[in-house]
Design a protein around this ligand. Structure first.
Ligand SMILES: *Cc1c(COP(=O)(O)O)cnc(C)c1O
Length: 417
């Protein structure tokens, strides 16, 4: 998190003081560091430079056009999960031959749009989807290149909501069924079997589950090739964790060290789909204290950002470090940092020990660049907050704060009311 640091007790985003930005644009706001984004993508490029590879950034983590544009300039492609994301990523200037399309519920209409755009690969998650894709491809005179998402049944040892590679998961096809489904794929006239895919979960803090999954997938590739299938792409998924609190997740280089020998031996082009590890620690959410209040048993800090702006604490009990934007010598208190939303689940931190804060002071919610703005909603008729990017001593609004007009756009009161 070295792109957000104190200088003389003032917290900065690269070379710009956060107080200065808050003065100019109001609060709350998201701020992303261009230097951090570049550094994170570069770490992947370096780690995997010895194999042909594509970094298909999982844009569901942060889909802002400027973020995509920056990563695209660094050579990244994208992992999309909807045609809405396809629209965004093409608009950001990333070319279709660097796009892979994942998700358990792609409709034929979505498939046709992606085929017409000319994306690289579909990650197919079921037999019905495979057949639908064959039909969709036929109907628009294309051939769809496919990797089946295989469920290697390894426990990623992360939060159950973000575990995706277990037998009980809705994602992918079971390892034992993979072979027969691949055979079917090989027989379909508008399907081109091109690769294998797995993604076992998110916020992984150990290398072992990755290695176990890679071993299993490597064996599968050998089986498939014996069966005459031309496997050229090996998509190893995303999921590398980041430091939110005390965890010390592996770096891309640690991961690469452990799996490169197996990947190289396959001769495949390696696709990876990192999301969180690219953007989480490249972004923060800056919020202002509205009130402080104490009940008989608890102390609360009420801030102007709520669960609609950053839902991770409410949804996953996720931890985000919270720092004062201006450091003062104050005693520590144990507080809940809560938002203005009418829900008890609306908190950014619970039972947090932090220096006492006063109304009007600014707080920075750290590591908020991933699954922050992309999960934001308008609950309680709250306009979504602006997103900004800092690059050295420059910064810009990369998405405007929504207005009240934006909130009712598209709504109509019918004449019969
Ligand atoms: C969400 C997702 C990713 C990205 O996961 P991160 O933990 O953000 O790296 C990659 N691939 C697939 C298929 C996903 O669903």
């Amino acid at each position: 998190m070295n792109d957000f640091q104190y200088k003389k007790n003032q917290l900065y985003g690269e070379k710009v003081s956060l107080s200065e930005i808050a003065e100019a644009v109001g609060t709350p706001f998201y701020l992303y560091s261009a230097a951090a984004l570049r550094r994170h993508i570069t770490a992947y490029k370096k780690a995997f430079s010895s194999v042909p590879h594509l970094i298909a950034y999982a844009m569901k983590a942060n889909a802002n056009l400027s973020v995509l544009h920056l990563l695209g300039k660094e050579g990244a492609g994208a992992d999309i999960v909807s045609v809405g994301e396809l629209y965004r990523v093409l608009k950001a200037g990333i070319s279709p031959e660097k796009i892979v399309f994942a998700g358990v519920g792609k409709t034929k209409d979505e498939m046709r749009q992606a085929l017409r755009a000319g994306i690289l690969l579909f990650n197919v998650e079921s037999e019905q989807e495979l057949i639908a894709l064959d039909e969709a491809a036929k109907s628009c005179g294309k051939k769809a290149s496919v990797a089946l998402r295989v469920n290697p049944d390894v426990d990623p040892k992360t939060h159950p909501y973000i575990s995706t590679g277990l037998k009980k998961s809705k994602f992918g096809v079971a390892h034992v069924h993979a072979l027969s489904l691949y055979k079917l794929a090989g027989r379909l006239s508008h399907i081109n079997v091109a690769g294998v895919h797995s993604h076992i979960g998110s916020q992984l803090t150990q290398v072992k589950p990755f290695v176990d999954a890679i071993r299993k997938m490597g064996e599968l590739i050998q089986f498939l090739r014996k069966d005459g299938l031309d496997i050229r792409y090996w998509n190893i998924g995303g999921g590398l964790g980041v430091q939110y609190d005390q965890e010390s997740p592996p770096l891309p280089s640690d991961l690469a060290k452990n799996i490169l020998p197996i990947l190289k031996a396959s001769g495949c082009t390696i696709i990876m789909e990192p999301g969180r590890s690219i953007v989480a620690n490249a972004g923060i959410l800056v919020t202002r204290v509205i009130y402080t209040k104490a009940t008989e048993t608890k102390k609360f800090v009420v801030v102007d950002a709520g669960m609609n702006d950053l839902i991770r604490p409410s949804l996953y009990e996720a931890y985000h470090q919270i720092l004062p934007v201006v450091k003062k010598k104050r005693p520590d208190h144990v507080v809940d940092v809560v938002g203005p939303i009418c829900e008890s689940g609306d908190f950014l931190a619970q039972d947090r020990t932090m220096p006492e804060v006063m109304p009007d002071e600014l707080l920075a919610v750290m590591s908020a660049g991933a699954y922050g703005f992309t999960m934001a909603s308008n609950y309680n008729a709250r306009p979504r907050v602006p997103e900004l990017m800092v690059d050295g001593d420059r910064y810009a609004i990369i998405r405007e704060r929504e207005t009240h007009k934006d909130l009712v756009r598209g709504e109509k009161i019918p004449a019969f009311l």
